[in-house]
Design a protein around this ligand. Structure first.
Ligand SMILES: C[S@@+](CC[C@H](N)C(=O)[O-])C[C@H]1O[C@@H](n2cnc3c(N)ncnc32)[C@H](O)[C@@H]1O
Length: 223
């Protein structure tokens, strides 16, 4: 009789790309290339840099000690078809589009067949609709409207701190909407793609990590 070998504790490999200071998930490999990851290993230097204003407060106070320092635009440090789940929230828009496509190709490479990825990005459609609706209302109620906030909110959503002269590095490089992201994912080879709502999805675990309800586009893809 042939006995089936079952690995009782075979752990799933799950990764969280661009976890940031507060988005780390227990049981995942949390990847980020922020200098704060390296600084967390230098407890004497970090407070000095914070005092002289080189580190933002939320970066200073966050615990980065479990984050893996990794510039994912250079590739994901995993073997082909070795990863069960990928989560990534409000990360893709922070790198240029060609690099983002490279990262998504890497996600495809490392995901196991049947593996699942949940992507959350700020939705360009949400911001464009908000801009048009609010500007329309302004124009209808005022002959000579005098308000820059609607325009600035829209541009800021696309280019982050574009309005500030000094760039912080946290600006958006690109913005996605549903047709664009689906097209990119299709080109890469992902065939099963679902548009999801906040905290809802095919993979209940991944959906439970959502933290940005208002302006986000949530997608799940299965390889
Ligand atoms: C806006 S934060 C998102 C944090 C968190 N995922 C969330 O939803 O709140 C974007 C994160 O992506 C990281 N990031 C940007 N470019 C990266 C790269 N090339 N490789 C890895 N992480 C990167 C930044 O350091 C930052 O922590």
């Amino acid at each position: 009789m042939i006995k089936q070998l079952i690995m009782p504790n075979s752990k799933q490999l799950k990764i969280n790309i661009g976890c940031g200071p507060t988005g780390q998930i227990k049981g995942f490999d949390n990847l980020d290339n922020s200098p704060s990851v390296l600084l967390s290993k230098m407890p004497f230097i970090k407070p000095i840099l914070y005092k002289i204003g080189l580190i933002a407060e939320h970066h200073y106070k966050a615990d980065w000690s479990c984050v893996i320092q990794c510039d994912v635009s250079k590739g994901l440090p995993y073997k082909d078809k070795s990863v069960d789940k990928i989560y990534s929230s409000h990360f893709l828009e922070h790198i240029p589009q060609d690099k983002a496509i490279r990262v998504l190709k890497e996600c495809y490479r490392v995901l196991k067949t049947g593996g699942i990825m949940r992507l959350v990005v700020p939705d360009l459609f949400f911001y464009a609709k908000q801009y048009i609706e609010q500007t329309q209302t302004l124009l209808e109620h005022s002959i000579l409207p005098d308000d820059r906030s609607i325009h600035d909110t829209f541009l800021k959503s696309m280019y982050g701190a574009y309005l500030n002269k000094k760039r912080s590095g946290a600006e958006h490089c690109y913005m996605y909407d549903l047709p664009t992201l689906v097209s990119i994912l299709n080109e890469i080879g992902f065939q099963n793609i679902w548009k999801c709502e906040f905290k809802e999805g095919v993979d209940k675990e991944l959906a439970s990590y959502d933290s940005r309800p208002n302006d986000s586009l949530h997608l799940e893809v299965r390889k």
